[in-house]
Design a protein around this ligand. Structure first.
Ligand SMILES: [Zn+2]
Length: 266
């Protein structure tokens, strides 16, 4: 049987927590069949590192954006700087961007504004968008509708919304990606959502170094190791269970979908 090929549709390989052992992290990802990954910057200071990784790691698709957790430090020139890196790297997407109403301190107007500006950029330069959304589903749909259709599509990563919200995302050209939360047995909402995503819109991710999946036999420890792309296998096992499909089929369709979204031809 041909080995399976996987696409980790969302991670942060540039994170300092992964840096010390990065060559091993990449080797273990390859051994686990993770041939492609989407690596998202989250604030201007980490964009150069994401850009460098894209040049060094085969199959790594970079994205650049300002995460809703990092609005405060963005400075005055952030939009010009984002536009110039997007122009300089033709393979790049826009992300990670989004809305987070679960934050303790938040300013919704500021989130809407920064999110909207980045969506406009993605629309203008025809780039795929990686979106973070927590407890802000109505605002997400409004933000998307204000900007209008995104020609290169988008993904809602680490999906935590309801199954009922899935069609609203897909109608707007979106993909829905599942992370380690799917491995938590009591997370019935994620499981139900995973079951209703159309086959051509389903993605899978680690969100490494965050969202460590539940790993059979491993007890939760006070200082968890960082999550890494090789752990996609545990998310995949959960997806295989809830979609009731053979692993080869889950690998095949999620990889095809991510390659279409992130425009990976070979
Ligand atoms: Zn992320």
């Amino acid at each position: 049987m041909a080995p399976m090929t996987w696409f980790d549709a969302h991670n942060h390989l540039q994170d300092p927590r992964l840096e010390p052992g990065l060559p091993d992290v990449i080797r273990r990802a390859r051994n686990a069949g993770v041939s492609f990954m989407s690596c998202c910057g989250t604030e201007a200071p980490d964009w150069p590192r994401v850009e460098r990784l894209a040049a060094e790691v085969p199959g790594l698709i970079p994205s650049f954006g300002i995460h809703p957790w990092n609005l405060r430090g963005r400075g005055d020139r952030w939009l010009e700087d984002l536009e110039s890196v997007i122009k300089r790297v033709p393979s790049a997407g826009v992300g990670e961007i989004g809305l987070d109403h679960a934050l303790e301190y938040r300013c919704d107007d500021e989130q809407d504004e920064v999110f909207g500006r980045q969506l406009e950029l993605a629309r203008r330069f025809e780039r795929p968008v990686s979106i973070h959304c927590r407890k802000a589903w109505e605002s997400l749909l409004q933000g998307l509708d204000r900007v209008g259709p995104l020609p290169a599509g988008f993904v809602v990563h680490a999906y935590s919304g309801s199954p009922e919200m899935v069609p609203a995302i897909c109608e707007r050209g979106g993909y829905v990606s599942f992370s380690g939360t799917l491995t938590r047995h009591r997370n019935h909402r994620a499981q139900a959502a995973c079951m209703v995503v159309p086959e051509d819109r389903l993605l899978i991710e680690t969100d490494a170094p965050d969202m460590l999946p539940e790993i059979p036999g491993r007890q939760p420890a006070p200082d968890e190791p960082p999550n890494e792309p090789a752990n996609l296998a545990y998310v995949a096992a959960a997806m295989v269970r809830y979609r009731a499909m053979p692993p080869e089929m889950v690998a095949g369709l999620t990889t095809d979908n991510a390659r279409r979204l992130f425009r990976v031809r070979e």
